[in-house]
Design a protein around this ligand. Structure first.
Ligand SMILES: [Fe+2]
Length: 264
């Protein structure tokens, strides 16, 4: 089965992702070994000012595609971005929607004030023709404290993308637990790598695919790691089961809260 990764910091010399061309090519090689057939470059766009560099990012993307072909790699590389939620972000820009699907955009929020910020205006700022795909909701402090708040985001029309590493415990136990709760409640629409490098945050999906397949079955895993991500790139509706209730979170102690707030 060919997996599709909708979130990867592959483009070098831009953000905290690949630090040079070799790293980017190594990440693509790892993706190929992992049976990932397509990946989206999602450089961070932190403000409308970053969007002024769109042309330069396209040039770098084309160079990556060329170097990848020269290296004999087959993984299909798409262009997109990870938008930091900002009132001035222009969703009509070509890199605003992954693979230029014109409908879905990948968005992240301030770790501490989500979903307050989201509920207070984000959904009214975007046009009806656009659907936000919220990156790694399981890492936001408010969602960890109360995963039921994720339900509100989905009810408002957002899709949720969790990180493969979260399911493997890369970001700690509380985030892993939250990711599982969101999966249990059918609130996860896709899993992506959010890869940044070769080792700490690699471009791999298979280990997390196995976790999901063992707990929820292969069909669900295929949907979250292959089918829905491919539908996002084509701008088509995703497939989702109806959400299930999440039980109230137990109150966390001081040290657990500190762990959540200090995770990078
Ligand atoms: Fe990211």
């Amino acid at each position: 089965m060919v997996l599709v990764d909708t979130h990867a910091h592959l483009l070098p010399f831009w953000d905290d992702g690949a630090d040079r061309w070799d790293t980017a090519l190594g990440m693509l090689r790892a993706a190929e070994e992992d049976e990932i057939g397509a990946v989206v470059c999602t450089p961070h766009i932190l403000s409308p000012k970053d969007m002024e560099h769109e042309d330069a990012l396209w040039v770098r993307y084309e160079e990556l595609v060329g170097r990848s072909a020269e290296a004999g790699l087959k993984v299909k590389i798409h262009m997109g971005s990870e938008l930091f939620a900002h009132p001035g972000i222009d969703l009509k820009r070509r890199i605003a929607t992954p693979a230029q699907n014109g409908r879905y955009f990948l968005v992240e929020f301030p770790m501490g004030s989500m979903p307050d910020f989201v509920l207070k205006g984000f959904f009214t700022q975007i046009g009806k023709e656009y659907t936000p795909v919220i990156a790694h909701p399981e890492r936001y402090a408010r969602i960890i404290q109360n995963p039921r708040e994720a339900m509100i985001l989905v009810e408002k029309g957002a899709l949720l993308q969790i990180n493969a590493g979260s399911l493997l415990g890369v970001f700690g136990g509380a985030i892993k637990e939250t990711a599982v709760k969101l999966l249990d409640a059918n609130l996860v629409h896709m899993v992506a790598s959010d890869a940044h490098d070769l080792k700490a945050r690699p471009l791999r999906l298979q280990p997390a695919f196995t976790v999901v397949a063992e707990k929820y079955g292969r069909e669900k895993a295929q949907r979250l790691f292959a089918d829905n991500p491919a539908r996002i790139l084509r701008g088509e509706d995703v497939i989702a089961d109806p959400p299930r209730p999440i039980e109230e979170a137990p109150k966390r102690g001081f040290w657990q809260r500190l762990e959540i707030m200090t995770k990078k």
